[in-house]
Ligand binder design. Structure first.
Ligand SMILES: *Cc1c(COP(=O)(O)O)cnc(C)c1O
Length: 397
């Protein structure tokens, strides 16, 4: 190994001393990036299959994206939401058109977007006293007390009780079970089409379509958490567009502004103007600099040619991964890939990959790839060569 030098040790000590230890960090510090490549302060190069957990969808430091952001920062960086911003309104129109939705509310994260969805569902159900929301076991919807309650994994709840009340959990795929839960107290169902943090678990399209019919029948809102699956990740702009399903509410974040903090909650026509002035807000939400970055992302990623390339790259990844003898199976959709290994621990593989210059993620017991959507063939090949070598070495141990 090249060895971790003094400067890195200083950063690490500073972190230990002054940062709350909420992350299990890997010994990597990145200072510069270009598309799917990044470098540390000593010039060690990494291929990045994480894109900042699905955030840098146009890769690191995309020239057009960074020019749009810099231009906006040099022109006017922030105004309060009592005034109109052309970047903000243009993004809302472009995003609604790409999503087939009617209106947007902008905030700063996925959890906040889901909070907004929960408020919308509560307000929708309020006249008839319906306030409960059904979510799926193994889901992930965020870290605030309400989105933790929405998250159907007890490990996240532990130590933080009591959470917001009014959440019911159902098994993915179990339409009969969900129908039983949808009594007159329920106002919405919130779900991911591919459970990302839950281990890259895709939902059956028939289940999602069945849920759409069920929600219509019971007058319950179907709300899609597209925070990880959205903005081109699965090969559609939003994943529901590949399933022939139109949700009532969509939440988006991660990749939406290409690396700047944004969240969006989109509603369909029947929920137009459901929230009244004063009922929702965010100081930073819809900030012009962030919106300028997001407009560049939406403009590029919504093009059919761009999305077709995502699907082609995903097929290439799968074909190459399936050829590796240590791979048990691959699941996910588009460039959201979960890799189950036959033997060996996913976290050990992650550490070994980082040492050898490849950044990957895990999700439960799977290795997870969320590469930038703009990753090139050369970058894929270079990254997979490291991955193959690491799997071989881990297996020989
Ligand atoms: C990451 C994620 C969230 C939370 O987003 P934050 O921006 O971290 O608040 C919510 N839902 C899903 C599906 C996610 O993947």
């Amino acid at each position: 190994m090249g060895g971790i030098n003094l400067r890195f040790q200083e950063i690490k000590e500073q972190e230990q001393q002054y940062i709350m230890h909420t992350y299990g960090r890997v010994d990597v510090s990145l200072v510069k990036g270009e598309n799917a490549r990044a470098w540390d302060a000593q010039g060690k190069e990494y291929i990045d299959f994480t894109s900042g957990i699905g955030v840098n969808c146009l890769g690191y430091s995309d020239p057009q994206w960074s020019a749009a952001v810099a231009r906006q920062a040099q022109t006017i960086q922030h105004i309060c939401n009592y005034y109109y911003s052309p970047e903000n309104t243009a993004l809302a129109q472009e995003l609604c058109e790409a999503a087939g939705m009617a209106q947007a509310f902008f905030c700063n994260s996925g959890a906040e977007a889901n909070e907004c969805a929960v408020k919308i569902a509560r307000k929708y159900g309020e006249p008839r006293g319906a306030y409960r929301i059904v979510t799926l076991t193994n889901s992930f919807h965020g870290r605030t007390l309400t989105t933790l309650a929405a998250t159907g994994q007890e490990v996240f709840h532990k130590d933080f009780l009591p959470l917001t009340e009014g959440f019911l959990y159902a098994e993915a795929g179990d339409l009969t079970g969900i129908e039983k839960l949808l009594d007159s107290s329920v106002c919405g169902v919130l779900m991911e089409t591919v459970q990302g943090e839950g281990g890259v678990v895709p939902m059956e399209p028939d289940f999602v379509r069945g849920l759409r019919s069920l929600c219509d029948k019971k007058n319950v809102l179907l709300m899609m958490d597209e925070v990880q699956t959205g903005v081109g990740r699965t090969g559609c702009f939003y994943s529901y567009q590949g399933m022939g399903v139109q949700p009532d509410v969509v939440t988006s974040a991660k990749g939406l502004a290409g690396g700047l903090p944004i969240g969006a909650c989109l509603v369909g026509e029947k929920l137009r103007n459901i929230l009244k002035p004063g009922q929702q807000g965010s100081t930073f939400g819809g900030n012009p600099v962030v919106c300028a970055g997001a407009r560049e992302v939406v403009r590029r990623v919504s093009q059919p040619d761009f999305l077709r390339k995502v699907t082609e790259k995903a097929a290439y990844f799968r074909q190459r991964l399936e050829a590796l003898p240590q791979v048990e199976f691959i699941r996910g959709q588009g460039l959201m890939l979960g890799i189950q290994l036959k033997t060996g621990n996913a976290h050990d593989v992650l550490i070994q990959c980082a040492e050898q210059g490849l950044l990957v993620l895990t999700a439960k017991e799977l290795v997870r790839f969320l590469p930038p959507l703009t990753i090139t063939q050369e970058e894929i090949d270079q990254g997979l060569a490291i991955f193959a070598k690491v799997l071989q070495e881990v297996n020989e141990k």
